[in-house]
Design a protein around this ligand. Structure first.
Ligand SMILES: C[S@@+](CC[C@H](N)C(=O)[O-])C[C@H]1O[C@@H](n2cnc3c(N)ncnc32)[C@H](O)[C@@H]1O
Length: 317
């Protein structure tokens, strides 16, 4: 249970977990999950524990919450609550770790994708263009691949593709060529080293440019889209009938994966040819016809909520 004398922040959460991360679309996500007090729930992205604490506050004594986070730093936010089990692994292994807990079906699954404010604000994690540190960007520090490896070993074509797709970097081809040209002579070990090495091809506002470049590297290093796809594919099998899934995304590619999967049970775009009927069986029913975004008040209070989109679906009965 929450420590009774912990200092509370504005939203009733412990002040220190708010420093770690302010939860986004909190009441909307909880409403979407339609919590049953005796149910079993999964938070795929524990982080500062904002969503998890709210789920726990709606569960009764028999309820259970399994929370995943691949970043060990998240552990320091764990409340002392015997209804909570923490799994410090990637949510792409959802079913496997639930089975280890003897859980084969659950009543709700949520994910609040991307990195936490804590990860972003810790200089040495290498996620932010505001600091100088090694080019790292791993959420899971047990993982081998870092941003250094990506910029120093990927081919020009691979770099071009990832900057274009994941960062929508306007001159992604030029950037990829530049990296490959300079990496034999300049050191691309640190954030400053990288920024200086490519500075003469930066287009537009450098802060915005590097934010897009870093976003692309982060998505690649953590295989964020691959993990999301694998997690989504396990959801229909794991949910009890009437169980809900609520996913918050921050990137259009993530949102498209969630939207297509909720709508059609597959990641493909709808078939153009009306004479070919290869529709997969969809066990999910959409609850949010349109994605839910933050209110003006939330955006003002927490600018990092700006690009958040929540989609909710339910397992058919
Ligand atoms: C946006 S934060 C979640 C914040 C949380 N909802 C809160 O209210 O504090 C995302 C968290 O999910 C974790 N994460 C992201 N992708 C993950 C994955 N594939 N597997 C496990 N954890 C992941 C990150 O390490 C980070 O701590």
């Amino acid at each position: 249970m929450e420590q009774p004398n912990q200092q509370k922040g504005a939203s009733g959460l412990p002040a220190d977990s708010q420093d770690y991360h302010i939860p986004v679309l909190l009441s909307e996500t909880l409403e979407g999950l339609n919590i049953q007090p005796d149910g079993i729930y999964v938070d795929c992205t524990f982080g500062g524990g904002g969503h998890s604490r709210s789920i726990l506050s709606r569960l009764g004594a028999k309820g259970k919450l399994v929370a995943f986070d691949q970043d060990d730093d998240a552990k320091k936010n764990l409340p002392d609550d015997e209804r909570l089990v923490f799994v410090s692994h990637n949510f792409r292994h959802l079913q496997r770790f639930l089975r280890l807990e003897q859980i084969t079906a659950v009543d709700g699954i949520m994910a609040d994708l991307g990195v936490s404010s804590h990860q972003f604000d810790e200089a040495e994690r290498g996620f932010s263009t505001r600091f100088n540190a090694d080019l790292d960007m791993r959420m899971d520090q047990r993982q081998a691949l870092t941003a250094f490896d990506v910029v120093n070993t990927y081919t020009e074509q691979q770099l071009h593709k990832l900057f274009e797709q994941y960062g929508e970097v306007t001159n992604s081809k030029t950037l990829a060529r530049k990296i490959v040209q300079v990496r034999n002579t300049a050191s691309l070990k640190t954030i400053d080293g990288f920024k200086n090495a490519v500075r003469d091809i930066v287009k537009g506002n450098p802060n915005k440019y590097f934010a897009q470049v870093f976003q692309a590297l982060r998505i690649e290093v953590n295989d964020e889209l691959g993990a999301l796809k694998e997690m989504l594919e396990q959801i229909p099998n794991l949910l009890n009938p009437g169980g809900r899934v609520a996913i918050i995304t921050f990137h259009s590619l993530e949102d498209r994966l969630v939207k297509n999967f909720f709508r059609r049970g597959s990641f493909d775009e709808p078939e153009e040819n009306p004479f070919i009927n290869t529709e997969p069986v969809n066990e999910l029913k959409i609850i949010t016809k349109k994605p839910i975004g933050p209110t003006d008040e939330e955006m003002k209070r927490n600018p990092r909520s700006r690009s958040a989109k929540l989609r909710v679906a339910e397992k058919k009965g």
